[in-house]
Ligand binder design. Structure first.
Ligand SMILES: Cc1ncc(C[n+]2csc(CCOP(=O)(O)OP(=O)(O)O)c2C)c(N)n1
Length: 530
């Protein structure tokens, strides 16, 4: 049934995947990708069709589970934010070596300008690195359509396909015209067993297959309906993904320059060569890093024709926006997308009634007695402990790094060396670091600030709920040094004493202040009342 629905880019991808006949979505939350999985989790169609959609412990487990689905012939969608692909990278790159059986599509949402991220890395590098096809939608309709095309291509070439989007695509809405609903695949098994066992002999054979496939993939991209060439004057523009949308906006849909719209990679070399021959200057518009611009310029850039982020026409860092495109084309903006200068920026803050606040107040009190104390922390709501009034943490690098950095610093002689990590981050990547610390008897005090949810990304279930003490015990933390407490002002003295005792203990200790996230609690009470 063809319908017209208003959807976010993320939701368009979710619906596209459901209509393309997925059997499961595998994901760990992270802005701006979270809404894809949430849409599937709330979809009556997904429920009716028994589509699997629980949150995974991290992006790597998500990627591997999806590869398992593909192995048995069914279609799987994997979703994550860009930094999640660093976590999933081992499985992701090697899935190009095994190849796929059922369709496997990996959606990665990049966050240029770092609206809610630690960096602005561009996932297209990973797609090229793994040598798999990449799709990059120019608008929400393409996002919807492309997911099906990506599943089709994945099944045709037996490779995973990367769909790369950026924040603006993920989080803006447009009307989508849907296609019909396709059935899920039946269970079936790959014929070539060897390709799934990446022993060196098999891996070498598979790598040659992957290399040989590159010509086919380029040919497919060359003929793709998502890549289009429009004849114009001797000034050329190549626009990738959402940049094409901004370009059309700049010219009200009518542009007299020679245009190349690219939404499918590997790069269609013939079309680019054609533009190189006919145009004196080529402006490269891409949201993210100068991934293509760098390839086109080459190391020597002796043509001087290629313009973009590297030559200053577009700012080197940050999200691309319609203003940048207009400025680069010499078109004056009518409305500006820059922030209104009169709006005073408000730094984010921990909520009133948040348990993390009590933890930091008490921790700061203890730390006053230790001038050398360092608190390595992690990613979650509790990262806001870096800001005033707390200024309680010294680091936030990548998920799980709190425990391992504290271990390294303690190994190097720091005392006291503390870590503060959230419950979801602990199960995502903290567990293995804690095992390292236990094995080497490092002298660290770990605070797992447990609010029973993944609050930062909107309150998804946290994989460790009800299991954290058992996990710590299982890893080998001494039971008398795993201490649970409720972080409320009434318990302030008790918690302070507890932290002091555990700091003095020479070895690994874990303190678990546990109190439900105030937002989740309020939401739950409201629902109960309703
Ligand atoms: C590799 C990676 N995946 C996902 C994210 C997005 N993200 C940021 S914090 C967070 C989890 C926070 O949950 P928790 O540790 O329980 O802390 P809380 O926010 O509940 O205080 C997630 C999923 C990220 N920054 N990096």
């Amino acid at each position: 049934m063809n319908e017209k629905i208003l959807l976010l880019g993320d939701q368009a991808i979710a619906l596209g995947a459901l209509h393309a006949g997925i059997s499961g979505v595998y994901a760990y939350p992270g802005a701006p990708s979270t809404e894809i999985t949430e849409y599937i989790q709330e979809s009556p169609l997904a429920r009716e069709r028994g589509v699997y959609s629980d949150w995974c412990v991290n992006e790597k487990t998500a990627m591997e589970a999806a590869l398992g689905v593909s192995y048995v012939g069914k279609r799987a969608l994997v979703c994550m934010k860009h930094v999640g692909l660093n976590v999933a990278a081992d499985a992701f790159v090697n899935s190009a070596m095994t190849g796929t059986h059922g369709g496997l599509v990996v959606v990665v949402a990049d966050d240029p300008s770092m609206h809610s991220s630690q960096n602005e890395q561009d996932s297209r590098f990973y797609g090229k690195f793994a040598m798999i096809p990449i799709f990059e939608p120019a608008n929400q309709q393409e996002a919807y359509d492309m997911v099906r095309s990506a599943f089709d291509l994945s099944e045709e070439v037996q490779l995973p396909v990367l769909v790369r989007i950026t924040t603006r695509m993920a989080h803006s809405r447009s009307i989508i015209k849907t296609q019909g609903e396709r059935q899920q695949n039946r269970l079936s098994f790959p014929e070539d067993r060897g390709r799934w066992v990446l022993l060196p002999d098999n891996a070498r054979r598979r790598y040659n297959v992957l290399l040989a496939q590159q010509t086919t993939l380029e040919k497919i991209a060359e003929e793709s309906p998502y890549n289009e060439y429009f004849e114009g004057n001797n000034k050329g523009v190549i626009a990738y993904g959402i940049a094409y949308n901004y370009l059309m906006e700049a010219f009200d849909g009518v542009c007299n320059r020679t245009l190349l719209k690219i939404s499918q990679y590997p790069l269609p070399r013939k079309q680019i060569r054609r533009m190189m021959k006919t145009c004196d200057e080529i402006l490269v518009l891409e949201d993210g890093q100068p991934f293509v611009e760098e390839q086109l310029r080459g190391l020597l850039d002796d043509t001087g024709k290629i313009r973009g982020r590297l030559t200053g026409e577009i700012p080197r860092a940050g999200e691309l926006n319609p203003d940048h495109v207009k400025a680069a084309l010499g078109v004056l903006p009518e409305i500006s997308f820059e922030c209104c200068p009169d709006v005073v920026p408000r730094p984010p803050a921990l909520c009133q009634g948040c348990g993390h606040k009590d933890v930091y107040e008490i921790l700061n009190e203890v730390i006053k007695s230790y001038p050398d104390a360092k608190v390595f922390s992690d990613i979650g709501c509790y990262t806001l402990g870096a800001l005033p009034p707390f200024r309680a943490i010294d680091s936030c690098v990548d998920m799980g790094a709190s425990i391992t950095m504290a271990k390294g610093a303690a190994d190097a002689g720091l005392f006291p060396s503390l870590a503060v990590i959230g419950d979801s981050t602990f199960t995502h990547s903290g567990i293995t670091g804690l095992l390292d610390a236990v094995n080497s008897k490092s002298n660290i005090t770990v605070i797992i600030s447990d609010n029973l949810t993944t609050a930062m990304t909107g309150g998804q279930d946290s994989a460790g709920t009800g299991k954290i003490e058992d996990i710590c015990r299982g890893i080998g933390v001494e039971p008398e040094h795993i201490r649970v407490v409720i972080p409320i002002q009434k318990n302030r003295r008790e918690i302070e004493k507890m932290i002091r005792e555990e700091v003095q203990f020479k070895g690994v200790s874990v303190i678990i202040p546990r109190r439900e996230c105030i937002l989740m609690l309020t939401r739950k009470l409201k629902m109960e009342k309703a």
